[in-house]
Write a protein that binds this ligand. Structure first.
Ligand code: AMP
Ligand code: FE
Ligand code: FE
Ligand code: ZN
Length: 286
């Protein structure tokens, strides 16, 4: 069993990189990737401990992008996974991530101001204290719960933080084309994350999404994912083969931050990704 999509507390997961390695080894996971949002800090910290216990740890990342299409409106919140299969990430790519994180800090400041202006007393530093390397809206959501302004993280998003809510503040998000270009230049492989979550039930939309993503540099599809139904997986496998794309899969584990999703086995045991998926990925010329 392998798991190519996990988050640590360096982004919005709740487990430390060390704990993730320990648990992966305990559960007999043969290989896994850390794919934190916008930071390699979790991978960098886990690499030593993983090597020490003979775990095959893959270097990865997840970046939010906007898919600008030739036809039709842009699609927001398109997540791209990158895998650096030889474990090395050049400085240029790291600097690109630094700039994205700087954009986040700037947004977080404006978001705190905006929340203040709607009567919620929160400070950027308080949200940042809940995060490590990357502080995002999920940390603001947890803070609003802690302070008793809302009853749940979901209520925090629905009322204040979601893209259509009262206190929403945008940040500069790279286009999918820019992200894929940076990933290729850095020697990585660019994979469209949880495509069915973006396209929903509409099969025609899914195909259009994949086609447009491929035009802009996507080289693989996340076929297996906790959110995907069996029908989604079948459909995505077909699209991967039609467009000659690599196939990946993972749980999108976030620890306690996403209850119900387990490392390796996904949501209610809906995942069991064989090792060959990673072997094929390593064989595939990019
Ligand atoms: P950020 O990158 O800091 O803008 O935060 C994006 C993250 O917030 C996503 O990856 C989700 O985990 C979470 N998120 C965004 N919108 C919602 C929503 N409507 N409901 C719940 N979580 C959301
Ligand atoms: Fe996340
Ligand atoms: Fe994602
Ligand atoms: Zn993820």
């Amino acid at each position: 069993m392998i798991d190519l999509h996990t988050h640590t507390d360096q982004s919005d997961g709740s487990w430390s990189p060390e704990r993730l390695v320990e648990e992966a080894a305990r559960r007999g996971i043969e290989a896994f990737a850390i794919t934190d949002h916008d930071t390699l800090a979790g991978y960098d910290r886990a690499a030593g401990p993983a090597r020490a216990c003979g775990l095959d740890l893959v270097c990865g990342i997840e970046v939010s992008t906007v898919l600008v299409r030739r036809q039709g409106s842009p699609i927001k919140n398109v997540h791209v996974l990158a895998y650096f299969l030889d474990g090395s990430v050049p400085e240029d790519f790291r600097s690109w991530l630094d700039a994205i994180r700087a954009g986040r800090r700037n947004r977080n400041q404006r978001l705190a101001d905006r929340l203040q202006s709607v009567g919620l007393d929160v400070k950027t530093e308080e949200a940042e204290a809940l995060g490590r390397t990357v502080t995002g809206r999920p940390h603001f959501a947890r803070l609003l719960v802690q302070k008793g302004f809302v009853a749940s993280v979901q209520e925090a998003f629905d009322r204040f933080l979601s893209d259509s809510a009262e206190a929403f503040v945008p940040r500069r998000v790279p286009s999918l084309e820019e992200a894929a270009g940076q990933i290729h230049a850095g020697g990585g492989i660019a994979v469209l994350a949880h495509p069915a979550r973006i396209a929903g039930e509409d099969r025609e939309q899914l195909e259009k999404l994949v086609e447009a993503s491929v035009e802009q540099g996507i080289q693989g599809l996340e076929v297996f994912h906790s959110d995907h139904t069996e029908a989604d997986c079948r459909e995505l496998r077909g699209l991967a083969s039609a467009f000659d794309l690599a196939v990946t899969g993972g749980s999108d584990f976030h620890g306690d931050a996403k209850p119900g999703v387990e490392l390796g086995t996904g949501l209610n045991n809906n995942l069991s990704i064989p090792r060959e998926v990673l072997e094929r990925l390593r064989e595939k010329p990019t």
